[in-house]
Design a protein around this ligand. Structure first.
Ligand code: SF4
Ligand code: SF4
Length: 197
């Protein structure tokens, strides 16, 4: 019974990811000047670049439920590449979600500081430098990521569409996901030796 529930939920999320990626073909260009101005500061991997860990604009990427499995299916990477964190779907049923952080550096960043899975990259990456968060009334709100040098170039139409995508999935996300997402902002579980590749 539990397994059926998880399988069904996974199928629903996979379909959602397909739709988001499909929609993304019609998402307006972000306007960000990542290649001109940046060294992929929002990708949690420091050893390839001259920057220190505190210059990383987004030191943790938190995947949505079943997004790790979706990425594995699309790219063939191993589950071991991800930090895995328990997520309670219901009081009785838990799954694991994936995270990439400075201790589990993103394996998809190329030597040229580009994302090698751009077509499938996680929604958290796709959304940056917009940062969704849940306010104290449990409503979806937004802030901008610090350390992103492209903030002044952000296309308002891109912002509108990305916010719409998140509004759609907001109701589907369990509260426990938002709890992990909020906690990840303060996640310092990696050690000094993990600051390099
Ligand atoms: S979104 Fe901002 S921080 Fe990320 S690569 Fe582009 S310019 Fe850099
Ligand atoms: S998946 Fe791509 S965009 Fe996301 S952190 Fe890795 S290299 Fe950067």
């Amino acid at each position: 019974m539990t397994e059926d529930f998880i399988v069904r939920l996974k199928q629903e999320w996979f379909q959602r990811f397909d739709e988001i990626l499909d929609n993304s073909r019609t998402i307006p260009l972000s306007g960000l000047k990542c290649l001109e101005l940046c060294e992929a500061r929002c990708c949690p991997r420091v050893g390839m670049r001259s920057m220190q860990a505190d210059q990383i604009a987004s030191p943790v990427v938190v995947l949505l439920p079943f997004e790790m499995e979706y990425l594995i299916e699309k790219t063939g990477v191993s589950r071991e590449l991800f930090r895995r964190w328990p997520l309670a779907l219901t009081p009785e049923i838990a799954i694991e979600i994936g995270m990439l952080d400075l201790g589990r550096p993103c394996p998809f960043l190329t030597e040229k500081l580009q994302c090698s899975i751009h077509e499938h990259n996680p929604l958290d990456c796709r959304t940056f430098p917009l940062l969704p968060y849940q306010n104290h009334r449990e409503e979806l709100e937004w802030e901008l990521g610090a350390n992103c040098p492209s903030l002044n170039f952000l296309n308002p139409n891109f912002v509108t569409v990305v916010k719409r995508v998140w509004q759609d999935i907001y109701q589907r996300l369990p509260q426990s996901w938002w709890d992990i997402y909020a906690f990840a902002d303060h996640w310092t579980g990696w050690t000094e030796t993990h600051h390099a590749d």
